[in-house]
Design a protein around this ligand. Structure first.
Ligand SMILES: [Zn+2]
Length: 318
């Protein structure tokens, strides 16, 4: 039997794994209190879970990428040494999870004093295979940041030529988007700004038209209103059942707002039997529900108005 090593795969794993150590160190610098929860290393692909409640900001993500890429560019040697666990502990190596370490451990150190804010002192106990110099990673890019569970967030990153592949994917997305919006990728921002402005304009037009339509409906209903027996005209009430009227398909809030602004001197009860709710608009402390359930019936009105299938019922007293 002959064992062979898939060199391409192995190198891709080495790059991703050393990049994981760099990312871990960069995260430690950013959030000193965070802990690694889990990590997955595949060919030029890293998934790193860590404890953190809130999402990282785009600036944080860019900062992490900048640090890792700076260490890659700085040709930092990756040094592996086997030593006793105590020796490693003295060197401040990070020991993870509930790992049971053997008497002999392997310490992976990537340390370098570059410039103040880009110093690196990553020391971890690790039996994985690594590149011998950070420059072998080539390039590093975080492609996703998500939440896995409460207090656990995930960073997904790629290395080596996968960074360029990701960039191409993004470029393709931009090209598709631009072609759908009938412009050049460079013009996307201006184009989107213009579309958003147009939407706002249309929305306000739509709102005005809706308002006019509602007022017309209200006036129509007014034409056909009757004064119920026993009701005094000094009560300035407007009671509208929207369920079977031309108002049926309008937004409830819009009806109320328009009714209020058109006839501001009145008390309104707008209700829908179908939806089983009523809203009172007007002055004073008054419950529309109370009105419909108790007073209406107390005043000798048949509950057919509450339960029946009457068309629009509207009374306006002035
Ligand atoms: Zn490791």
């Amino acid at each position: 039997m002959k064992l062979t090593i898939d060199a391409t795969r192995r190198q891709a794993l080495m790059r991703a794994h050393t990049a994981t150590h760099l990312l871990h160190y960069a995260l430690d610098k950013l959030l000193w209190w965070t802990k690694q929860a889990w990590s997955l290393v595949e060919m030029d692909y890293v998934r790193f879970d860590f404890s953190c409640k809130d999402p990282l900001s785009p600036q944080d993500i860019q900062g992490l990428e900048y640090s890792v890429n700076s260490w890659i560019k700085s040709w930092v040697a990756v040094i592996t040494q086997e030593m006793s666990f105590d020796e490693a502990k003295n060197a401040w190596a990070k020991a993870f999870f509930e790992d049971k370490y053997w008497d002999t451990v392997r310490m992976v150190s990537i340390t370098w004093e570059i410039v103040d804010d880009l110093d690196i002192k990553s020391i971890e106990l690790c039996w994985w295979t690594h590149v011998i110099n950070t420059q072998d990673i080539g390039s590093f890019k975080i492609i996703d940041h998500s939440s896995v569970a409460s207090w656990v967030r995930r960073l997904t990153a790629v290395t080596w030529t996968k960074v360029a592949e990701e960039a191409q994917l993004y470029e393709q997305r931009l090209l598709d988007l631009a072609s759908r919006l009938d412009c050049q990728p460079k013009q996307l921002e201006t184009k989107i700004e213009k579309i958003l402005k147009e939407i706002k304009h249309l929305e306000s037009d739509h709102e005005q038209l809706q308002g006019k339509l509602i007022c017309t409906h209200l006036e129509e209903l007014h034409q056909h209103c009757e004064l119920p027996q026993g009701w005094s005209s000094r009560w300035k009430w407007c009671i509208i059942n929207v369920t079977w009227t031309s108002l049926e398909h309008h937004n409830f809030k819009d009806i109320i707002n328009n009714a209020k602004s058109k006839w501001s001197d009145r008390n309104w009860i707008i209700y829908s039997l179908e939806w089983n709710f009523a809203i009172y608009v007007g002055t004073g402390d008054f419950s529309a529900k109370e009105f419909l359930k108790e007073k209406w019936l107390k005043w000798g009105w048949s509950d057919q108005f509450v339960q029946g299938k009457d068309p629009a019922i509207i009374w306006i007293f002035s």
